[in-house]
Write a protein of this length. Sequence first.
Length: 158
Amino acid sequence: MKYDISAATLIDYPNIDRIQSNAFATPWSKELIRSAILNGKYDVRVMKVEHKPVAGFYIAHATNGRSNLDNLAVDLHLRGMGMGRKLLEDWIERACLQKTAKLSLQVNTKNKGAQRLYQCFTFKKVRLLSGYYPNGDDAYQMEMPIKQQQVTAKARQA
């Protein structure tokens, strides 16, 4: 399936809200999504496919040599087609270009599918964040140094 990943605009934010509302027990507010799109410190990217204005998205931000993946979701009807992997690859590639030293993310301890995806990219669980989400759910902090990812990417290409 052909796809394009590009910077999100305000036109995209209702679709981002719809996707993440279906994906998460504690979704971001519409205003928070809108603010992230407008704030240059956040990297908000959308995946578009034929006949779908937004198939998936991610929101990340970088500080102190670290890029954190704040949010990533794929449309409910398009899951299992590798779109989450493509979005994750886009984030990692952009972080590499920004000379980021480490990648980090937080994932719900109940979200085994996302954990498996992140582990495929060599993310490691570094700590448990008790009560991390507003509904009281716990999260794992997962991290990966960029150099390790570059080695992994080269191994996949060989």
